[in-house]
Design a protein around this ligand. Structure first.
Ligand code: KIV
Length: 277
């Protein structure tokens, strides 16, 4: 490292070191302005492939492409001065082989400035995670409800109830042993999330899991209440921006139709008044 190289904080190792400490705070972001709002308040920002559903109106994350992840990764990175960005690997970009995963993860890292990638899968992805980590790509794993597998999981159901909990515990152990620096637990029963958190040595990041996880992540549009029709049970709304935005659009339309907008203060005179440029 050169003497001038700056350490951005926190790095994947700093996140790993937060195991059992003050909970790790994370949100998804897809744009520069939203990333700017989060930079001082989150421990890492995730460019989730949820971008496909949230910003592009896709019915699932399956249609998300590498190009979309690179474009949104670049946009988010421009808004971050302080925290690490993690970028999701989209469906079809890593499952075929560790070599395919490396090619695409390396592209994401090189073209976006991400500090790490996230990929979905447990035991079945352990070999790929190890392949990436040993070649310099920090990996966050994602188990439980893995939305890229909705067609085999049969929908967006809670995962790991009853006997299926044993498999989920094995998945968490496997990704940890493979070298993942953290693992997202999505839509997992609270007790199981607590057990995984207690037994697995890397931080667990919950979404629809447990307050006992080592950290939490939410889709930013869910927590801001930007959706007016859809509200997942696990997504606490900290604002109702969707309703406020619609009310603003209604007020604007009313003003335009009544010729109340633009008003005198929004229009320009023929001559520049003296003293003004
Ligand atoms: O794509 C995404 O936003 C995610 C989080 C919800 C964990 O994977």
């Amino acid at each position: 490292m050169s003497a001038t190289a700056k350490k951005t904080a926190p790095l994947p190792d700093d996140i790993r070191a937060r195991k059992g400490g003050t909970p790790i705070v994370s949100l998804t972001a897809y744009t520069t302005p939203m990333a700017e709002l989060m930079d001082a308040h989150c421990d890492f920002v995730l460019v989730g492939d949820s971008v496909g559903m949230v910003l592009h109106g896709l019915p699932s994350t399956l249609g998300v492409t590498m190009e979309m992840m690179v474009l949104h990764g670049q946009a988010v990175k421009r808004g971050l001065q302080r925290v690490m960005m993690v970028v999701d690997m989209p469906f079809g970009s890593y499952e075929e082989s560790p070599q395919q995963a490396f090619r695409n993860a390396a592209r994401i890292m090189a073209e976006t400035g991400a500090g790490a990638v996230k990929l979905e899968g447990g035991q079945g992805m352990a070999e790929t995670i190890a392949f990436l980590v040993v070649r310099g790509i920090p990996v966050m794993a994602h188990i439980g409800l893995t939305p890229q597998s909705i067609n085999t999981l049969g929908g967006y159901k809670v995962q790991g109830r009853g006997a299926a909990g044993t498999q989920l515990m094995a998945d968490a152990q496997a990704v940890s042993e493979a070298g993942a620096f953290a693992v997202v637990l999505e839509k997992v029963p609270q007790t199981l999330a607590d057990q995984i958190t207690a037994e697995v040595p890397i931080p667990t990041i919950g979404i629809g899991a447990s307050a006992g996880c080592d950290g939490q992540v939410l889709v930013v549009d869910d927590m801001l209440g930007l959706f007016t029709k859809f509200k997942p049970k696990f997504a606490k709304r900290y604002a109702t921006l969707g309703e406020q935005a619609e009310a603003a659009v209604v007020a604007y339309a009313k003003d335009v139709r009544a010729r109340a907008f633009p008003a005198a203060e929004h229009v320009f005179a023929d001559a520049v008044p003296e003293g003004k440029s």
